[in-house]
Design a protein. Structure first.
Length: 331
């Protein structure tokens, strides 16, 4: 447990919350409302900075009605927006929060506690599904919940949707790598560099944000394609992490290759086809446990179908990512 005087020492410092946003009119109002409720407890010691990444909807008009700092930039992607945010921030601790994440109870208080340990460079929290009315969003949430349940308190990866970092660590490591143009793998890259620098990352299972997940299959599979596409650059730069991390381990990384080989295995041998199918079944069984426990049978039944399509989407993303890398090297 953190000592009260240690926590108070952090609250005497300026804490900066940076929200990168792009076309977020549907969520940004509730996100800022949830933050302002918690900021009241800490008065002027918490600054909120919204970095608008070239929004074309009503995001700017909404944000201007709030007592926060607004910074605008041309559309350059989330890594650029976060870097601009921490450079504009005054805080010794910088918390990044996505524009589709409402904060849960005691979020701000809890995310600061682990910084009592000077070796702690970053602190992250869990998801709760914001838009549970959508079965697709629930499906995404269940899988993430299953992954989060197996992550250790001291981990080797933190996603950037709601993560606090020491500002001096961001300065030392030069923040997020802006080579990653979409919201995929830039947080992996930063996590891996922090770990290699000898610092700790802490994952809090008792603290959460409400996250809005995709509500359409097109949106979901597009995000999955981008995740796979940018993994090529990530693993070419950080080959020592190709075995995966606590969030996405080796079973996640081999799935695209198993799905590619699955139809070809049937041409070679029915037995080989059954072996590949059995391996994939074993890999996917844990993800069905949570929806079954919650009696969400619709999602539980559709999981196998969605994972099947996603396997080929991942494979396509990896292939296009590799081709893009080769093209860039040849140009």
């Amino acid at each position: 447990m953190i000592k009260t005087n240690i926590l108070n020492s952090y609250l005497r410092l300026m804490i900066s919350i940076v929200i990168p946003t792009y076309n977020s009119e549907s969520t940004i109002r509730e996100v800022l409302d949830s933050l302002l409720k918690q900021r009241k407890k800490f008065r002027e010691k918490v600054e909120i900075i919204v970095i608008d990444d070239g929004s074309k909807d009503n995001t700017l008009r909404i944000v201007k009605n709030y007592p926060i700092k607004l910074v605008k930039q041309r559309h350059k992607g989330p890594a650029e927006a976060r870097n601009l945010g921490w450079k504009k921030a005054r805080g010794k601790i910088v918390i990044f929060l996505d524009s589709d994440c409402k904060v849960g109870k005691n979020w701000l208080k809890n995310i600061l506690k682990p910084f009592e340990n000077e070796k702690v460079a970053g602190v992250g929290v869990k998801y709760q599904t914001w838009n549970k009315n959508s079965w697709i969003a629930r499906f995404v949430g269940y899988e993430i919940e299953q992954r989060h349940n197996k992550i250790s308190e001291k981990t080797n990866f933190l996603a950037s949707y709601s993560t606090a970092y020491r500002r001096d660590i961001l300065e030392k490591l030069k923040g997020f790598d802006t080579s990653f143009k979409t919201a995929s793998a830039e947080d992996n890259d930063l996590s891996y560099r922090i770990i290699k620098s000898g610092y700790h990352l802490i994952f809090l299972k008792n603290t959460y944000v409400w996250h809005k997940h995709p509500e359409s299959l097109v949106e979901y599979f597009k995000k999955q394609f981008n995740h796979a596409f940018w993994r090529v650059l990530l693993y070419l730069r950080r080959p020592e992490f190709m075995k995966g991390d606590e969030y996405a381990g080796i079973t996640t990384l081999i799935q695209p290759f198993l799905y590619i080989l699955l139809p070809f295995s049937l041409l070679i041998s029915k037995f080989l086809f059954l072996v590949f199918s059995f391996v994939l079944l074993i890999i996917h069984i844990p993800a069905t446990v949570i929806p079954l426990k919650k009696k969400d049978y619709k999602v539980a039944i559709l999981i196998a179908f969605l994972f099947f399509i996603r396997g080929f989407v991942w494979a396509s993303g990896l292939l296009f990512g590799l081709l893009s890398f080769i093209r860039d090297k040849l140009v």
